[in-house]
Write a protein of this length. Sequence first.
Length: 380
Amino acid sequence: MSLAFHWFLPTNGDSRHVVGGGHGTPATAFGRNRPPTVAYLSQIARAAEDLGFVGALTPTGAWCEDAWLTTAMVSQHTERLKFLVAFRPGFVSPTLAAQMASTFQRQTGGRLLLNVVTGGESHEQRAYGDFLDKDARYRRTGEFLQIVRDLWEGKTVDLSGEHLQVEDARLARVPDPVPEVYFGGSSPIAGEIAARHVDVYLTWGEPPAQVAEKIAWVRGLAAKEGRTVRFGIRLHVITRDTAEQAWTEAHKLLDGFDPDTVKSVQAGLARSESEGQRRMLALHGGNREDLEIHPNLWAGIGLVRGGAGTALVGSHDEVAERIKEYHALGIDEFVLSGYPHLEEAYWFGEGVLPRLAAQGLWQHPFAPTSAPAAQVPFTS
């Protein structure tokens, strides 16, 4: 099975510095360096498409642009790239969400993937009118996915659940193909939901030993449900021709972290109810020292950014080896990003992917239909 790689659309803005935000923290000022216009995001999407990324993740939350609307617009400027659209089940009815997904599939030629985000911050959820506690939100997510999947199968759905109720719900037109569902969560109830309902379980970039534990946990839960689940990982990347060049770039990012900003962000993230976010914070403890927590795995991003806070840093060969290490554990899909997202897509796509292709681990998913996109000049 060929490895699948996804890129990221920075709908909170882009920069040569790390743009913070997420998990209840606002986007940092660096996000204004390259505003998330449709033109700029489409440029990133087209580059990712040409380089061989299967899809592109868009985040969700008050700190970024709406994922549904943004990807619908960007999709019209691409041909084959899929969009891994993050959305929160509590903000829209399951029947409407199923209809939206069906429409997206028809209008884009089947290029929708769904990243279900239950929401780990009660104060942010309340801003949207959602007053359930965290465990209740996960139980609602389970009901939501049950309804949506039944609707996608063409069933007429009647359900009176703990949190959701629909009567005589059905779709006039079902999606073709049915979108795959991606999902992440590290709490016990998150594992239960993943085992019952999702296609791909996503973990943030923890060291391999911790990732192996998560895979075994979810795989075991899924087996009890008579299901199998694929696995993906969310990471940033800083890859260069040499390890020295890559670490120089990482240190440049670290030098740009204002101490007051780090302190403020860490204080905000410490209030997070997300078990995954707690695990991310534990990797660096708010300390700027000893950030290489596993060979080529750097926890510096998490000092100023919520959510995914680790990066693969090294030469193209070293980053390829780390990807192989995660793949050996059971990871088949990699959701990647880097600052700035346009340039880093080229560094990875032209540096790492050919090495994986040469080893038979990856092949370009799209037959080229035109000349490659113009290369971006790089300076180290």
